[in-house]
Design a protein around this ligand. Structure first.
Ligand SMILES: Nc1ncnc2c1ncn2[C@@H]1O[C@H](COP(=O)(O)OP(=O)(O)OP(=O)(O)O)[C@@H](O)[C@H]1O
Length: 255
């Protein structure tokens, strides 16, 4: 494992601010199987928190618990200090949280713009919804594809559309679920730049990503899980060099 990380300790303007989202002692259980055990983390405006860990570590489950798609068996999720542990994903979206999904699911027959408008209608109507959707497409570099059916987009553009749909909710906190893995190197570089720009604009970001180099490049803070538990956390360099993290990754044969 190599870490080609820069110094992001001062990136963004809000890193000294109070946490936007705070998770305390999250526990998620599926029957007798404890998928997430006692995980705590927080993210501030402008900060990128990277969530890593071997397959089955519980990353997606934690993600789902934070974004409201899974109900934790224990612990608390706070947004701006308010307990949102029991709120639905829709209610969280209204507060300013949005997420992407690992498997993009656009409405294939709708245009790229219409797909984004489905999300922008949450806060706006008519022309305002359309204007917002268009400006989000410009932000992710898809404006020239606005009228194209989503079905015609290649993987890199489908990922951007997935991101655009989340941004159209005008979030302050963004969950990114493996938006980079599987892209070719130029598309990866573009997506990395875009994510950094989003953080620099003040968005708080929590991202799950399998490509260690990407996490190390982008994250201000890294949380590493294994078997549902916290293995290590801290700045990218110290986590990448943590003996338990190295051991956990060396033990993998498929990444
Ligand atoms: N809906 C579910 N029902 C039962 N068990 C589940 C469910 N979702 C996840 N699990 C289990 O919880 C554990 C953690 O899975 P999870 O998908 O969160 O890990 P992950 O770190 O995201 O893995 P990957 O990197 O492979 O996506 C695994 O043992 C998995 O089988």
């Amino acid at each position: 494992m190599t870490a080609a990380q820069g110094d992001h300790s001062q990136v963004g303007s809000g890193l000294q601010a109070a946490p936007l989202l705070e998770a305390r002692h999250i526990r998620v259980q599926f029957g007798g199987n404890v998928a997430v055990h006692d995980i705590s983390l927080s993210v501030r405006p402008g900060e990128i928190v990277g969530l890593i860990g071997p397959n089955g570590a519980g990353k997606t489950t934690l993600f789902n618990a934070l974004s409201g798609f899974v109900r934790p068996a224990g612990g608390q999720v706070l947004f701006e200090g308010k307990d949102i542990t029991r709120l639905s994903p829709q209610a969280r979206a209204r507060l300013g949280m949005a997420r992407t999904f690992q498997v993009e699911r656009p409405f294939e027959d709708l245009s790229v713009l219409e797909n984004v408008m489905v999300a922008s209608f949450l806060h706006h109507r008519g022309h305002k919804a359309e204007d917002l959707a268009y400006s989000v497409l410009e932000r992710v570099g898809l404006a020239d594809r606005a009228t194209q059916p989503a079905a015609e987009l290649n993987l890199a553009r489908r990922r951007r559309l997935e991101l655009a749909k989340a941004l159209a909710l005008e979030p302050r906190l963004l969950f990114l679920d493996e938006v980079i893995a599987g892209l070719n190197p130029p598309a990866q570089a573009e997506m990395i730049l875009l994510i950094q720009q989003l953080a620099d604009s003040g968005l708080a970001i929590i991202m799950v990503e399998h490509i260690m180099q990407v996490i190390m490049t982008l994250s201000n803070h890294v949380v590493c899980m294994a078997f549902g538990e916290l293995l290590a956390e801290g700045d990218p360099v110290s986590v990448a060099n943590h003996p338990d993290v190295i051991r956990a990754y060396l033990g993998e044969d498929d990444d």
